[in-house]
Ligand binder design. Structure first.
Ligand code: SAM
Length: 489
């Protein structure tokens, strides 16, 4: 391929797309190295012109992944930072077992696990402690390439360069230059795609709730400060009371971003979520609906004695004090396309699901990114609102964030299986991703649920789609899928 044709504008826009989708951020001093990484990724995607590449990144998931691989170091090895593993063995596991009574499952998450050496090291450690059957280890990463290497579970010498390589070798079989991870260790780890920059955790769907131990090492260094803050706050929420959070010694500190307790041990500094009694006295994140910057006293001394319930009622009162919720006027503004007015009218009522819905719908016409951010917050605030999760899924799909969109729409189906439109949306995303069997199931559900309603009835979650039209559209998709499967079988 010929020399890359750079424009400053395209360079900035590539970084801004990357930042919005992954939270990755690069300093001015890294410009030349970053350009080299981008140029390599452009070669992998077969594009020579930087502004064309910026456009490609918006909708091509594979191109984005190639870029992440080039710009982040996926390097890792077994028992990296040996002292932390020693701390887990000597301090953390015994503490968790004491607290949980020794019979409950231990929930462990290796976030940004790269090619899998970290979660397998955790599995080996737990196995050695006799905890194999008690552990659930989730391992996630944004790179599908890294995840498929991790699932393969074969390694070379380079993955064993750490000082505790002997511990790892006990669970590896060596054959002609390759180490194979024992089946009993592989079975203990579940690998999943998860983009830390997206608001998809904590969640039942991603199985990221009530974690006893989270490791997120050597990835925060790549993220922007605002993403680190959001990630730290989400991890805090993912932890069970008393749960532990470990970053690498070279990672930026996160103690200012969420009310972790910092525990200094002989093996390094570890974060903890205070146990329930203490949490009451600490102000948790996400007071109102804007979370961009910490407010005065959010984690500071002034706020230290306000209980969560008290603080919620205070902030609610403050938010709703001056403005009454004029639902009809907000609806009318949205209907006539006066989105800015509809946003304004719905803005101060985060406790009203209906206001949140109008707010997101209006905002989506002004900025999809802003609407996604708000919708994610509202969906967390109103976890039982199927419509907010549905809107979130639609917006994520619009941004080609299909994996996250599937997770959001699965929440809708989980809340209410009878929503034909949710099944239809799930079918559309799966079809676009080429998951045709799943798409077929979803479209069948949509068709059958729509057909069971009166033909002229507007289907729930929609403003003007009738059951008749939805059933017909689902049938058309089913035909197309059957034709495609017929063609490939
Ligand atoms: C250096 S590796 C860390 C591996 C392991 N945790 C360790 O400390 O050895 C960094 C990993 O972060 C992943 N990563 C980068 N941005 C991410 C994001 N937004 N969400 C999830 N993973 C991300 C990369 O794909 C890469 O596999």
């Amino acid at each position: 391929m010929t020399e890359i044709n750079w424009t400053d504008e395209a360079y900035e826009s590539i970084l801004s797309i990357l930042g919005a989708r992954t939270g990755l951020a690069f300093r001015a001093a890294q410009r030349e190295a970053t350009k080299i990484g981008i140029a390599n990724a452009m070669k992998r995607s077969g594009v020579a012109e930087s502004s064309a590449y910026a456009k490609l990144l918006v909708h091509d998931v594979e191109a984005l992944e190639n870029l992440i691989v080039e710009l982040t170091v996926g390097e890792t090895y077994f028992f990296r930072e040996a002292s932390q593993f020693e701390g887990i063995r000597r301090e953390i596991l015994p503490e968790i077992l004491r607290r949980k009574g020794g019979w409950q499952k231990l929930r462990i998450w290796s976030a940004a696990c790269a090619s899998g050496e970290e979660p397998y090291s955790l599995a080996m450690l737990c196995h050695k402690q006799g905890l194999a059957s008690q552990c659930e280890i989730l391992a996630t990463d944004i790179s599908s390439e890294a995840l498929s290497k991790a699932r393969q579970a074969t390694y070379r010498d380079w993955s064993l360069r750490g000082e505790l390589q002997a511990e790892a070798k006990e669970y590896l079989r060596f054959d002609r230059g390759i180490y194979y991870v024992d089946e009993k260790i592989r079975r203990m780890v579940r690998f999943e795609f998860l983009n830390l920059a997206m608001d998809v955790y904590p969640s039942h769907v991603t199985s990221t709730e009530a974690m006893d131990l989270i490791l997120c090492r050597n990835v925060l260094i790549y993220l922007s400060r605002s993403t680190i803050r959001e990630v730290a706050q989400r991890f805090f929420q993912c932890l069970a009371d008393g749960g532990w959070f470990i970053t690498a010694s070279g990672d930026p500190p996160v103690g200012d971003f969420a009310p972790f307790e910092t525990t200094v041990t002989d093996f390094g500094v570890f974060y903890r979520k205070p146990t329930a009694a203490k949490t009451e006295a600490v102000v948790a994140p996400e007071a109102a609906w804007e979370t961009n910057e910490p407010r005065d006293g959010l984690y500071g001394a002034n706020s230290g004695n306000i209980s969560q319930a008290n603080r919620d009622s205070q902030s609610t009162a403050a938010i709703n004090r001056d403005t009454r919720w004029d639902k009809d006027e907000a609806h009318a503004a949205l209907a006539r396309g006066d989105y800015a007015r509809a946003v304004e009218l719905s803005e101060s009522h985060p406790n009203e699901p209906a206001a949140c819905i109008i707010h997101v719908k209006s905002l989506a016409n002004l900025s999809t990114e802003a609407a996604i951010r708000k919708c994610a917050l509202f969906a967390t605030r109103h976890p039982l609102s199927a419509e907010l999760h549905y809107l979130h899924a639609v917006l994520l799909m619009e941004m080609n964030l299909d994996v996250e969109a599937v997770q959001a729409v699965q929440r809708v189906v989980f809340l209410d299986r009878s929503l034909a439109l949710a099944h239809f949306l799930l079918g559309s995303i799966l079809q676009r991703r080429g998951t045709l069997d799943g798409a077929r199931r979803a479209f069948r559900n949509a068709r059958d649920l729509a057909a069971a309603r009166a033909p002229d009835e507007i289907v729930p979650l929609s403003e003007h789609e009738t059951s008749r039209l939805l059933a017909r559209a689902a049938t058309n998709h089913l035909r197309a899928i059957d034709a495609a499967l017929g063609a490939t079988s």
